[in-house]
Design a protein around this ligand. Sequence first.
Ligand SMILES: Nc1nc2c(c(=O)[nH]1)N[C@H]1C(S)=C(S)[C@@H](COP(=O)(O)O)O[C@H]1N2
Ligand SMILES: [Mo]
Length: 320
Amino acid sequence: MANVIIRPDWVLPEKLVTPEEVYRNRRTFLRTMGVAGAGLIGGSAMGAAKDVAKYYPAKKNPALSSKLAAGDRMTKEEWATGYNNFYEFTTRKEWVKHPYFMGKFVVDPWKIRIDGLCNKPFDGDAYDLIGEMGKQGKLEDRTYRFRCVEAWSMIVPWTGFQLSELIKLVEPKAEAKFMRMTTAVDFKTMPGAAQMKNYTWPYQEGLRMDEAMHPLTIMATGMYGKPLPKQNGAPLRLIVPWKYGYKSIKSIVRIELVAKQPKTFWEIANPKEYPFESNVDPAVPHPRWSQATEQVLGLGHRINTLKYNGFGKEVAALYK
Ligand SMILES: Nc1nc2c(c(=O)[nH]1)N[C@H]1C(S)=C(S)[C@@H](COP(=O)(O)O)O[C@H]1N2
Ligand SMILES: [Mo]
């Protein structure tokens, strides 16, 4: 584990986050690939995903959203859906969305298993689960500032349901103290995972049970009033707004309730740089860069990073 190469394009040069550069890099890629059109996610036929389309957009929940300051603007949809960390495919953020990568990524149907220390494990299709939440009126839109450990952020209107609702459904046992979440992995269709053998696949993340039950923690199923694009973690991805972005695991296939703190993908790669807890904290620098400020995608200047990403009032008590 000593020589893990974890230096793709973290610590991104500021020019990379300007929209022009994002655009230019994308064009270069398209030329390299010999592809003429831009094309976002393919408009392929959706099966079960069709059944939940009616739930978007969902009702807004401003009370459980980030408090936006004067001058804060929603990040443009094309940036939030075109500048992605999804290492299973590639470390090049502007490339993830390209059909070369997303074309083979089948997210419909999508099996998900929720098991471990619970009385009513779930083993079924993700869209059934989303449909159930929709039917119960539990899907809502929340705008969160999303803060990546690489010191950039974006303001995104997510659609989702509280993870606590899902946990209640499976009836956790008293011994369940943590949860482990796992992303799909397929070395045939995920070139990043196939090539980056130093990492321990599949991507895994974890939360303490009290963090998982917190009302701010959601399973996102959509963004910008529509179902999630594949590159943002369709059909189901976690959003924990007071933690660094890598905790927000994408395209989940399994959730296990466990007694012991699980190992996470980034923690295995480098425990000093990416510890389990990973709450946003401007006073604690990453070993290789400061966390005091962040570059908001599309904004010309950096802003100060807030402790717990602005949710101190809501979550500080969890860490007494
Ligand atoms: N499975 C998986 N989940 C993941 C990642 C990843 O590479 N694979 N990257 C993480 C990181 S570092 C960030 S910043 C966010 C990016 O989410 P976005 O593409 O929706 O912005 O996803 C997180 N979840
Ligand atoms: Mo990140």
